[in-house]
Write a protein that binds this ligand. Structure first.
Ligand SMILES: [Zn+2]
Length: 257
């Protein structure tokens, strides 16, 4: 009997909040979406699955960004008619952040001396450039490195068998065991390669994109560490996969060129 099973990403609306939209450049109502990886048999979901993360979608421009529900004091089932009410009920810290953003915008040309202004600007930049990384963590992506190990899984066990057979007496089983062991090792390497894809994407794509964009902010290493730690505490992929040291080194290189 053919059993159809697997897993799929499932999106559920969790509620409405007020947040700063980096595209509209103002505070807008946002819909918060929870994404989970749910197992299914014959396309019938089993259980609640494992949490992948949360996303917020701007009601005005539909821009989607990763977020954390811990960021908000509560989520409302419907957006309030008054934006002020939505802000005070869901995101009371937002007005202070907006003041810092406004100050940072005014001071940006002359350099940001205030660490809180640097932090809020840097955090916005990191979130704005992290959607691809977040979705990469939410799905299995086969990059060149993973594909090479998949090809090796096909070829290396055969090569191991042929090589062992050259040295084995006729009828010996150990060439077969050699091939099986090689196949097992290759499968482990495929799993490791697939798991490591978001980190490679962070190093190869996200960091080189971010580094030149950080030049006007002029962050210190401590600023970068603080921003990434805040985002890691919010369980955002950019906070977990981007290493502060790597980002700081890429930034200093970009700033000196
Ligand atoms: Zn927007």
């Amino acid at each position: 009997m053919l059993i159809i099973w697997g897993s799929e990403n499932k999106e559920t609306e969790r509620g409405w909040v007020a947040d700063y939209c980096l595209n509209c450049n103002e505070v807008c109502p946002h819909r918060v979406i929870e994404m989970r990886c749910v197992s299914h048999i014959y396309f019938i979901s089993i259980g609640k699955g494992s949490l992948i993360g949360f996303f917020r979608i701007c009601r005005k421009c539909k821009m989607t960004l990763p977020t954390s529900v811990e960021h908000y004091s509560t989520l409302l089932r419907r957006p309030s008619k008054e934006l002020g009410e939505l802000i005070s009920r869901t995101h009371p810290g937002l007005p202070l952040q907006m003041v810092l953003r406004e100050q940072a915008r005014e001071h940006l040309a002359g350099g940001l001396d205030n660490p809180d202004e640097r932090l809020v600007t840097l955090t916005d930049l990191l979130i704005e450039n992290s959607l691809d990384l977040e979705t990469r963590c939410a799905s299995t992506h086969i990059d060149l490195y993973s594909a090479m190990w998949m090809l090796a899984t096909l070829g290396l066990p055969i090569a191991a068998f042929m090589l062992c057979r050259e040295f084995a007496v006729p009828g010996a089983l150990w060439p077969l065991w050699g091939a099986l062991f090689t196949a097992f090792a290759c499968v482990v390497m495929v799993i490791v390669a697939l798991k490591g894809d978001p980190s490679r994407f962070a190093r190869g794509t996200v960091i080189p994109t971010l580094a030149p964009l950080m030049k006007p902010i002029r962050p210190t290493q401590e600023d970068i560490e603080r921003a990434l730690k805040d985002l890691k505490d919010q369980r955002l992929a950019v906070g977990k996969k981007v290493k502060a040291q790597d980002l700081y080194e890429a930034y200093t290189l970009a700033a000196s060129s």
